[in-house]
Design a protein around this ligand. Structure first.
Ligand code: B1M
Length: 213
């Protein structure tokens, strides 16, 4: 029963069926499945298929947008559960998708998981410029700057932010992620860390905090 509902949820994301996606997410939750499993076994596999079809020119931007909308509506249902935390005061992280880039699903998931681990997360959204990162780090006295990029044309902007933070003498760690980002790219641009997914991002953020302390 759960397996079938999860498959249907993936299909709802693939087909961009928002109402079905909402109802299946609720059904799975009512059936007692943890929010993280609904995300990992239902929503994300659906978005993976969307990515492959988009890459192979089987579907185009409008269909991807509709799928993204379905995924985001379900994520909004899961957010209070994924962000719930008993821990507090682990550290403050300012996160954003970099300038020129509007992809925010992965960044939003990372932000939710960080919150659930007790981090204070200030989410700057999409298309975030270096000035906004700097201004917020100062204002919030943040420990970490987290950047997400999904495009090969925007990933280079991460270096712009890192260089500027270093030049201006900010005492802040930097971490990067997103589909085109790799550990070697992160090393190349001088980031303090790279995470492949949201769980690794939490582990990395905790490591960076302990180094900084
Ligand atoms: Co876009 N898009 N898109 N898109 N889109 C990609 C990224 C692409 C790979 C598709 C493809 O060709 N297969 C391709 C990029 C190719 C490249 O650069 N080499 C692409 C393109 C080309 C474009 C446009 C240029 C298309 C066009 O207009 N012709 C355009 C660009 C717009 C812009 O940004 N300026 C565009 C637009 C869009 C939509 C608006 C339609 C929509 C975004 C909606 C939204 O986000 N609100 C969209 C989508 C949905 C995708 C795909 C299909 C899915 C992305 C996604 O949400 N994945 C994507 C294909 C793909 O990635 N395979 C694609 C699910 C998400 C959970 O994964 O974001 O990777 P991800 O996040 C993961 C990890 O990467 C990591 O943890 C997350 C959770 O596990 N992570 C971090 C992410 N950030 C992190 C930060 C961290 C740590 C870990 O620390 C701070």
């Amino acid at each position: 029963m759960i397996e079938t509902l999860l498959k249907e949820l993936s299909l709802a994301v693939i087909d961009g069926k928002q109402n079905e996606s909402i109802s299946l997410t609720n059904k799975l939750f009512e059936a007692g499945l943890p929010a993280k499993d609904i995300l990992d076994k239902g929503l994300l596999p659906g978005m993976e298929v969307v990515g492959v079809r988009f890459r192979d020119n089987i579907i185009f931007v409008p269909q991807v947008l509709i799928s993204a909308r379905a995924m985001k509506t379900s994520l909004a249902i899961l957010e209070p559960l994924l962000s719930k935390s008993d821990a507090k005061g682990v550290g403050t992280i300012v996160i954003g998708t970099v300038k020129g880039d509007v992809h925010d699903i992965g960044k939003n998931i990372v932000a939710m998981m960080l919150r659930s681990s007790g981090f204070t997360v200030i989410d700057l959204g999409i298309d975030t410029k270096v000035e906004k990162f700097m201004e917020t780090v100062k204002k919030e006295n943040a420990d970490i700057v987290g950047m997400s990029a999904l495009l090969t044309t925007t990933m280079g902007y991460m270096k712009v932010v890192i260089d500027k933070l270093k030049d201006e003498g900010f005492d802040v760690k930097t971490m990067v992620g997103g589909a085109p980002i790799s550990k070697s790219f992160a090393d190349q641009i001088g980031a303090d860390g790279y995470a492949k997914n949201a769980s690794d991002a939490v582990k990395l953020a905790k490591d960076l905090i302990s180094i900084k302390a």
